[in-house]
Unconditional design. Structure first.
Length: 92
């Protein structure tokens, strides 16, 4: 595939140095680094996708809350049993 089209990107001198340095560290040309970086960006999700993700987050949050509530009840009951045993043995 011929790569004969240009995209001009304006950057500061410091940004240009950083881009070149990153390309060198990765063993890439600046052009290849920029192509790979552009391909790695994902466009914003569709509102329906976001709504679906939000529904899943809400459901998992409810499940986590219920699990925490159950754990708190278990711990409270366990603490009462421990206190009762300690009282019978004269520890408390």
């Amino acid at each position: 595939m011929r790569r004969d089209r240009r995209i001009v990107v304006q950057v500061t001198e410091n940004q240009k140095r950083a881009i070149r340095k990153n390309a060198q560290r990765l063993g890439l040309s600046v052009s290849e680094l920029m192509r790979q970086a552009a391909k790695s960006l994902v466009p914003a999700r569709d509102p329906e996708d976001i709504a679906g993700l939000l529904d899943r987050v809400k459901a998992s949050t409810r499940q986590a809350g219920a699990a925490l509530d159950e754990t708190a009840v278990f711990v409270a009951e366990s603490n009462r049993r421990i206190e009762a045993m300690a009282t019978r043995k004269g520890i408390l």
